[in-house]
Design a protein around this ligand. Sequence first.
Ligand SMILES: Cc1cc2nc3c(=O)[nH]c(=O)nc-3n(C[C@H](O)[C@H](O)[C@H](O)COP(=O)(O)OP(=O)(O)OC[C@H]3O[C@@H](n4cnc5c(N)ncnc54)[C@H](O)[C@@H]3O)c2cc1C
Length: 557
Amino acid sequence: KVYNSLSDLPNRQYDFIVVGGGTAGPVIASRLTENARFTVLLVEAGPDNEGVLAIQVPGLQNEIDYSKYDWGYNSVPQAAAGNRTIKMARGHVLGGSSSINGMVYTRGSADDYDQWAKLTGDSGWSWKSILPYAKKNERWTPPPGGRNITGLYDPKVHGYEGNTRVSLRQTPAEPFDVKLFQTTKDLPGFPFSLDPNSGHAIGLSWNQNAIGNGERSSAATAYLTTAVRARKNLDIVLNTQATRVLKTGSSKNTEIRTVELAPRSGGTTRKTFTASKEVILSAGAINSPQILMLSGIGDRKQLNALGIKTIVDLPSVGKDMPDHSVNFVSFFSANGTPAPPLDRAAALAEWTANRTGPLTEDFRMNTLWARIPDNATIWQNHTDPSSGKNAPHLELYFANTGDTAGAVIILVTPKSRGSVSLASTNPFDHPIIDLGYLTHPFDLEAIREGARILRRFFSGPAWADYIVGPASPEPSSPEFDAAVKSTISTTFHYVGTTAMSKKGAKTGVVDPDLKVKGVKGLRVVDAGVIPFIPTAHTMAPTYIIAERAADLIKSAW
Ligand SMILES: Cc1cc2nc3c(=O)[nH]c(=O)nc-3n(C[C@H](O)[C@H](O)[C@H](O)COP(=O)(O)OP(=O)(O)OC[C@H]3O[C@@H](n4cnc5c(N)ncnc54)[C@H](O)[C@@H]3O)c2cc1C
């Protein structure tokens, strides 16, 4: 049953309490309640996703940006990026960030997961082992409108019976796309990649999105279906914030199975619930470490400074947070004709009647996943941060408005790291979030390399009649660096703040089975546990983690 407020939730005993009904949380809640023996409470700070049109319609994504369905965070001023604060977004609604994100569905490279297995000492996180979980998450779905997609993806690598609907866009190749793919034939070094989700993404491919039958497929729509919401052994409480987790009983072991809850609207009301088996934190890479620190699990020095009693001294909580930055410094003037503005009313009428038309997709169409060449000068100064030769360094996302064309540069192997820490002991205060952009010199050099790759790409014969000349500064110029610093922004791929590490390791926050180190009864299952940022947008990796975690939890009980 779904309760809209903490005051409506009856006092019941649950086997599991899952904090955060975002991307990972609904996977855990729905998989555990497949077993009728288990009772689960799912706690979500935000409201319901149902009935919110802009969450349902893929093409209306920009109407939910920075709305009440977002936590509204800002980074601290970024010293290496012109002292700008950067607007961040985190889903604050059932389905979490999967309800408000860009829907790009990418697993990452096989090498990335093999790196996770190496870092955690658990071969269960290797590409070979996670592939069944990737398929378990996915329900490949043909695009609306009957587009022929033969040869645009590899049917062998997909899942067909999972929950998250994944599809290619309905619009067939436009003249700009034809030129992109012609360039893979004209120029060496730019291969065609049949499927970005094969584990070997390098090359130019068609983007796949978490969209099915013209609608956004979020964790809420895919895992908390009407049938799942109606399960007798699942309660969902909305508009309710977990403020802390608390020690349970007086055993000598540090056992934590109690959650303190408050109405999201604030105030001093608190209620506690104790799970008979486990508490699972799935509040995301910003809020799970916040809850841990408020509870006394974190860096003792930082906790002392705020007068919080340390229960477990885990200095890695909230530290070493990478993100994929996005950079708008690689555009060209073009001699195409800008498309007329979208007729929103007509498009919405078509979507409402048939679930077809421009609102069934967002603007992202094709991506070049690229490695920086082995002979580039950057390697004279820096070691290679990628997980292996199958992994790209850069994601170059094409965009074309007619009078400008180019690609945004997303650095998928950053060396800079940020952090999350507490501003105060008040759970309703925003944490201090430092994205750490450009604090490692590799990142700016790698972004320059991305711009050089794009200049080579757009020098191909397919562009002779289209590209007029550069509209962004030359990549080796001071103007280029200044443009990066004044426009660098986020793709919202925060990970690593509650990272997995080997059992017994001094660094890291959770063991490879996602149990918090030194604690009984408490796991973290969300993007924060990622020990090495994948060369992917982070939703599909989060689903993969959650699907495996659900099996780990089931097999423990
Ligand atoms: C605007 C945006 C665009 C993005 N675009 C893409 C994309 O196109 N493709 C892609 O792969 N990835 C994208 N991402 C990233 C991806 O969505 C996230 O990495 C992933 O969804 C994170 O999942 P999660 O379960 O860790 O956290 P979330 O999905 O953020 O879930 C955390 C949940 O916990 C709730 N919560 C937090 N604190 C508390 C508390 N104290 N008590 C109770 N509940 C709490 C939150 O409200 C939220 O619902 C995007 C993210 C954003 C924000």
